[in-house]
Design a binder for this molecule. Structure first.
Ligand code: ZN
Length: 360
């Protein structure tokens, strides 16, 4: 008995009702699926390997910057064309390779602020083209982040994108309230504390606007979370607020469901396991993991480079002999692999932390 029992497609990239079924299953069984930011085939396979070994579903997501990196940093991106091309290329790669790992994968894209909307538009053009041929969108889901704008415009515009994706049964994650910190150029470090906490009335307004359009949406609500890594104690996390949102919406909507909403946890780096578990118990089904993964990936390569320094300075000649070849040390499949190993270990830890392991 596992999450695959509720899925029509058991492995590889899942879409539509399978995404809804998987998130519903996660909410019922009190686990969250880590969303790992991927920027290359290397970080994709490092993540998939962890999910396979831990018998777990996983979410792979590309940010606007990560997508541009997929296209190549040498490609101009002022009109978001590199981000569009890179995310589409990454999506095709992930779709091709994911079934090899035998677990369900949600293919997602990360924060899209107002100024980046041409990126989202370009990806949804690709979704619609893919839908015409295959009857499903290219991406399982996207994220739109208009939390910097007025609440009204945020909800109104999010609703338009949800409506565009609805015929394809595409999931949309939205953000309300301000998540502190800095990520991909959005800087909220100077914001005062009170506005870091989303109000229940806003959550209800989102539900009332979005639910009649489609059931395929989730909310990243601010409860004191921050993007990036900060010293603990600077911002107070209040995951219990998510429970209050669920209770408020249940009452106002006269819902039979104790948890009518799907929540997403952003800016979780540095949070305690207890804070994660409390958030998950209140309907968090997805937790974003970026900063910790970058550090993990770097650490394996760093240790290798430092440890093997004397084998990497020249192509031939090392402490074992001046005519000894170093090819087996500088081959990227050797040292990049070290980063993959440490990243896989860190993804596995996240899968355990969020109670996601063993559900496949
Ligand atoms: Zn966010």
């Amino acid at each position: 008995m596992g999450c695959q029992d509720v899925l029509s497609r058991k492995t590889g990239v899942i879409v539509g009702d399978d995404v809804l079924a998987l998130f519903t299953y996660a909410r019922e069984h009190k686990f969250a699926i880590p969303a790992i930011n991927v920027t290359s085939s290397s970080t994709v396979v490092a993540s998939l390997e962890a999910a396979r070994d831990k018998k777990s579903p996983i979410i792979l997501q590309m940010s606007q910057g990560g997508a541009a990196y997929f296209a190549g940093k040498g490609v101009p991106n002022s009109d978001q064309s590199a981000s569009v091309a890179g995310s589409v290329a990454g999506a095709h790669y992930i779709r091709s390779i994911a079934p090899t790992y035998g677990v369900p994968v949600i293919l997602h894209t990360d924060h899209c602020a107002k100024k980046l909307l041409p990126w989202l538009d370009g990806m949804m053009d690709a979704d619609e083209a893919y839908f015409k041929i295959h009857g499903e969108p290219l991406f399982s889901s996207h994220m739109i982040d208009l939390s910097e704008e007025s609440v009204e415009w945020n909800i109104e515009t999010t609703a338009k994108y949800l409506a565009r994706g609805a015929p394809m049964k595409q999931w949309l994650e939205m953000e309300i309230g301000i998540t502190g910190g800095e990520e991909d150029g959005v800087n909220n470090e100077g914001v005062d504390n009170a506005s870091l906490y989303t109000q229940p009335e806003d959550i209800l307004a989102i539900y009332n606007k979005l639910a009649p359009i489609s059931p395929y949406f989730s909310i990243a609500a601010g409860f004191g979370n921050v993007h990036g890594v900060y010293k603990p104690g600077n911002v107070q996390l209040h995951p219990e607020l998510l429970g209050k949102h669920q209770a408020y919406c249940k009452k106002e909507l006269k819902s039979k469901d104790d948890k009518p909403l799907f929540f997403v946890f952003h800016g979780g780096s540095g949070s305690t396991k207890a804070e994660y578990f409390e958030a998950i118990s209140h309907g968090v089904v997805k937790v974003n993991m970026d900063t910790d993964m970058q550090f993990a990936y770097c650490s394996g390569i760093r240790d290798y480079m430092v440890g093997k320094k004397d084998y990497l300075t020249t192509a031939i000649g090392n402490p074992d002999g001046e005519d000894k070849p170093n090819k087996k040390y500088f081959d990227p499949r050797v040292w990049v692999r070290e980063g993959e190993k440490t990243m896989t270990t860190r993804v596995k830890e996240a899968l355990d932390d969020f109670n996601c392991s063993g559900h496949v």
